[in-house]
Design a protein around this ligand. Structure first.
Ligand code: GLN
Length: 304
């Protein structure tokens, strides 16, 4: 399969769509990103990489970071984790408060904001310096010591973070957050601010396509079983209330972020990432979703 040519064809095909959707503007640092940015990268499990566009340019990975914190929490808590978070799609927006009251502070899944806040609470309880532990993991996985938090974005997330603050206090009132809300939010805002490129992302998530082992170094990061579980949850919960549409069109487990990035996994074959900052109503990259749909259609590869 000539992935490079396929990526180049997709880059041409999506050109007329660039500019559609809306760049996230809840914080100024994100609103300033040009909507015309586009990048795609793939890493195969036989350690080949292909990319087009601004694939080495770092952007705010936002909710894609929820995979890192979930993977760490899963390693730490295992069975107990499922008393604190569910495994079902929410059918509501990523930052919705609605279900929490009916469901007594147990978020539907680890990939909506409420669930991610519970994961960051677990990491806050587990590690002395959870921000550093998370950053060390991401740097190791991406094989890039330069990956970092973007302090401007993190500060801005905090300044405009009243909805996340509300979620965290609400969950704490139900007894499902144990640490001080400010501490939990500090970790959450920093993880959202992680700045990475499309190439960093495919390297960092190569273990999800490779039964839990990094591609290249072959280091075991998570077990095969945990890998299956993370991918399953990404399939059913990774793109919020558009998860059905994403599954229908792309056919791969994936995770999006409001920075316009999406990562998708074809277990046993490759990891693919895309970046285009214009978002659809669900907060997923509009052109990014289209590019992934074109990719799985052209290559006839999907988990179905
Ligand atoms: N920082 C954003 C928030 O907490 C992340 C949301 C996202 O990427 N979907 O709301």
């Amino acid at each position: 399969m000539n992935y490079q040519t396929i990526l180049e064809d997709i880059q041409e095909e999506i050109k007329p769509l660039l500019g559609q959707g809306k760049v996230a503007n809840y914080i100024p640092a994100l609103g300033a990103i040009p909507i015309s940015k586009f990048a795609m990268a793939i890493k195969t499990i036989d350690n080949k990489e292909y990319s087009v566009g601004d694939a080495e340019e770092s952007f705010s990975i936002q909710s894609i970071s929820k995979i890192f914190s979930f993977a760490l929490a899963l390693k730490e808590l295992r069975a107990e984790l499922w008393e604190r978070v569910g495994k079902e799609p929410s059918g509501t927006a990523f930052n919705s408060l609605i279900q929490l009251e009916f469901e007594h502070g147990i978020p539907r899944n680890p990939f909506i904001n409420a669930g991610a806040l519970v994961m960051t609470d677990i990491l806050t309880s587990t590690y002395n310096d959870p921000k550093q532990t998370l950053l060390d993991l991401v740097r190791e996985l991406a094989d890039n010591p330069k990956v970092n938090f973007d302090e401007v974005v993190a500060k801005s997330e905090n300044e405009w973070g009243d909805r996340n603050r509300a979620l965290a206090y609400f969950i704490k009132d139900f007894g499902n957050i144990n640490n001080a809300v400010d501490e939990v939010l500090d970790l959450y805002f920093h993880q959202c601010s992680l700045s990475m490129s499309c190439l960093d992302l495919v390297r960092a998530f190569s273990c999800l396509a490779n039964a839990g082992k990094t591609v290249g170094a072959n280091k075991v990061i998570i077990s095969e079983r945990q890998t299956k579980r993370i991918n399953s949850l990404l399939m059913t919960c990774g793109t919020y209330d558009a998860v059905g549409d994403f599954a229908y069109r792309v056919g791969l487990p994936g995770k999006s972020g409001v920075g316009g990035g999406i990562v998708a996994i074809m277990p046993g074959h490759f990891v693919i990432s895309v970046w285009s900052p214009g978002l659809n109503e669900s907060g997923n990259s509009l052109v990014g979703t289209k590019a992934l749909e074109l990719f799985t259609t052209k290559t006839k590869t999907s988990i179905f």
